[in-house]
Design a protein around this ligand. Structure first.
Ligand code: PGA
Length: 254
């Protein structure tokens, strides 16, 4: 039974004062929700240590949004997975489409970032997703199969790896695929991962959906068999919205 993960990606949003939002999130999470699902927030790196301190002892985990492939070195402005772990993160998002398309990060680099995450003891949340043009050409499943083959390193395990399917055209746009498309795409991705990795990875790996997840569409998305949670951007900035999305998640019996 895969436990659903609701993960907020704050992107480049949040200042010290945003700690109030985090406190409200922790306070608002009902105990049966905390027992039955995983909840995580990935703030900007400047807030990881502060948020990890606030979340200590609570069910809320803190993650990072990106990392360099090296543990340390002369890389001005970059942050390593080890630094995120040292600050209190337990996971890091790699290969988000905003990194892929705005910074030209390709599949090979994403795979190396995932390995850097594991090296530091972090869970790698590896993002994949097709662009609108690829979708319009009918190439979605081929694009995803290629991204999975080249962005997910062969050392992946369900304990150290989460996949996030985020159609690029659905991110921050308010548009989402129809429910049947999400179901079909997630099933195809799981089949692809099952083919490539030894059992039981295919059954156990969590595949999140991301792209305009909101309180009003979360229930139907999170009810799908092969959807194991959500990566939430805009709606994760308000604790009430993220709690509503967590409230729509499927609970794993204790
Ligand atoms: P969105 O972002 O929920 O604002 O569409 C999702 C993401 O980019 O992770």
């Amino acid at each position: 039974m895969r436990r659903q993960l609701i993960c907020g990606n704050w992107k480049m949003n949040g200042l010290a004062a945003s700690a109030a939002e985090l406190t409200a999130l922790i306070a608002g999470l009902a105990p049966e929700r905390a027992r039955g699902l995983d909840l995580m927030v990935c703030p900007p790196a400047t807030l990881i240590a502060r948020f990890a301190e606030i979340a200590a002892g609570s069910p809320l985990a803190i993650g990072a949004q990106d990392c360099h492939i090296a543990a340390s070195g002369a890389y001005t402005g970059d942050l390593s997975a080890e630094m995120h772990a040292d600050a209190g993160a337990t996971a890091v998002i790699v290969g988000h489409s905003e990194r892929r398309y705005e910074y030209g990060e390709g599949d090979a680099l994403v795979a190396r970032k995932a390995e850097a995450a594991w090296r530091a003891g972090l869970v790698a949340i590896i993002c994949v997703g097709e662009t609108e043009a690829e979708r319009d050409r009918g190439d979605t499943l081929d694009v995803l199969a290629h991204q999975l083959a080249t962005s997910v390193p062969s050392g992946a395990s369900a304990a150290t790896t989460v996949i996030a399917y985020e159609p690029v055209w659905a991110i921050g746009t308010g548009r989402t695929p129809v429910i049947a498309e999400i179901a079909e795409t997630h099933a195809a991705m799981r089949a692809e991962l099952a083919r490539r990795f030894r059992a039981p990875f295919g059954d156990q790996v969590r595949i999140l959906y991301g792209g305009s997840v909101k309180p009003d569409n979360a229930a139907e998305i999170l009810a799908l068999h092969d959807v194991d949670g959500a990566l939430v951007g805009g709606a994760s900035l308000k604790s009430q919205d993220l709690l509503a999305i967590a409230g729509a998640a499927r609970l794993t019996p204790a």
